[in-house]
Design a protein around this ligand. Structure first.
Ligand code: ATP
Length: 356
């Protein structure tokens, strides 16, 4: 049985359909991400899970029990928001213990849970400080400790790292994963930052306009997107329109303006036929510029632009009138003259044939 089941949930605000027939199962102890562009419905779903909104249609189950109409304070959900919402006049300890005091738990138990929560976010030594005496990352930890202290059945995080600088974000996201896994907490994490999702999620649901576009592990979502929307939203990609020519073993040959290309169909179950109009998605890092023909997909062309970023270079490569974005770690093509032709080599398994 799943820890959280979202069944046919629809939520409208006037004429806006914020959630359109959402179905998701989230397992016990899973770190599950809701990822998507602004306005796609992520926060609305989190608020439905928190009990702030009641869906117009559908049900929310927690460990098999219908909690759709259960008020927030009876749901045993821990929540952390973008702005942390710590009480400025209370110390760290008072903030973290607040929910426990509300529940009127015995003093000894409050003390034990307070210490355990502060230890789990490594903030024991800051117990007597006020929030304004803490860094952004430390305040974030206190907000997490406060959510953990009440021993929630599940944790809801809404863009919890958006106020932190890039380095602190990197550290804190690994910390969040550690805390969730150590406490075996089912966690639903909302963000529009794909790196946050790819680096720590167990699974990701990619949202678009109130609907789930795809659910999968970070590798599924990045390597095997089932639509142009997902391939475009997660990472960068070159897209080519084409027409299916034939099946060739485990590959499909597709006619495009770049030339005939061999590719694989993504996990989309739509059957392919010769003559079908399709889109090819090729990641920039899957294209290797070499002086020779190596892969079954190999096209001669020339560099028309180079952007150097130290560990990586981004090239613009022109071939048969098509511009391809190419990226290379530990760049070696920088000295190549723009006039020297190169061959863009692409493995067929790195070319995704998409129907939509
Ligand atoms: P962001 O990343 O910008 O926070 P989001 O994916 O979380 O976006 P939601 O906040 O869930 O998106 O909003 C989904 C849609 O519902 C948007 O079109 C939004 O304008 C609309 N919406 C959200 N809350 C309300 C509300 N209380 N009243 C009216 N419309 C709302």
């Amino acid at each position: 049985m799943s820890e959280i089941s979202i069944e046919h949930v629809t939520k409208r605000f006037g004429t806006v359909v914020a959630l359109d027939d959402i179905n998701l199962d989230i397992e016990h102890g899973e770190l599950f991400f809701l990822l998507g562009p602004s306005g796609c419905g992520k926060t609305t779903l989190l608020r439905v899970l928190a009990g702030f909104y009641t869906p117009d249609v559908g049900h929310i189950l927690n460990a098999g029990k219908d909690i759709t109409s259960k008020p927030t304070h009876k749901r045993q959900a821990g929540m952390v928001f973008q702005n942390y919402a710590l009480w400025p006049h209370m110390t760290v300890a008072e903030n973290v213990a607040f929910g426990l005091r509300q529940k009127k738990l015995p003093r000894q138990l409050i003390e034990e849970r307070l210490i355990a929560a502060l230890e789990s976010v490594r903030m024991e030594q800051y117990a007597n400080r006020k929030p304004n005496e803490l860094s952004g990352g430390q305040q974030q930890r206190v907000a997490l400790a406060r959510a953990l202290a009440v021993r929630p059945r599940y944790l809801l995080l809404d863009e919890p790292l958006s106020n932190l600088d890039a380095q602190l974000r990197n550290e804190m996201r690994m910390e969040i994963r550690r805390i969730c896994k150590e406490n075996q907490l089912t966690t639903v994490y909302v963000t529009h930052d794909q790196k946050e999702g790819l680096s720590i999620a167990d699974r990701i649901a990619v949202f678009s306009r109130g609907r789930v576009e795809q659910v999968g592990t970070p590798i599924d979502i990045y390597k095997r997107p089932t639509s142009r929307f997902v391939a475009h939203f997660i990472g960068e990609s070159n897209f080519l329109e084409g027409t299916v020519i034939a099946e060739d073993g485990s590959f499909w040959t597709v006619s495009t303006s770049l030339g005939t290309i061999l590719g694989v169909q993504s996990d989309d179950p739509t059957p392919l036929h010769p003559g079908d109009h399709v889109f090819l998605s090729i990641r920039p890092e899957a294209i290797r510029l070499r002086g020779e023909y190596i892969d079954r997909n190999a096209f001669e062309g020339g560099l028309i632009g180079i952007s150097y970023f130290g560990e990586v270079a981004h090239y613009d490569f022109s071939c048969n009138g098509v511009n391809l974005k190419v990226s290379e770690l530990n760049p070696r093509h920088l000295e190549i003259s723009m006039a020297t032709p190169s061959i863009a080599n692409i493995r067929p398994e790195d070319v995704l044939v998409l129907v939509r």
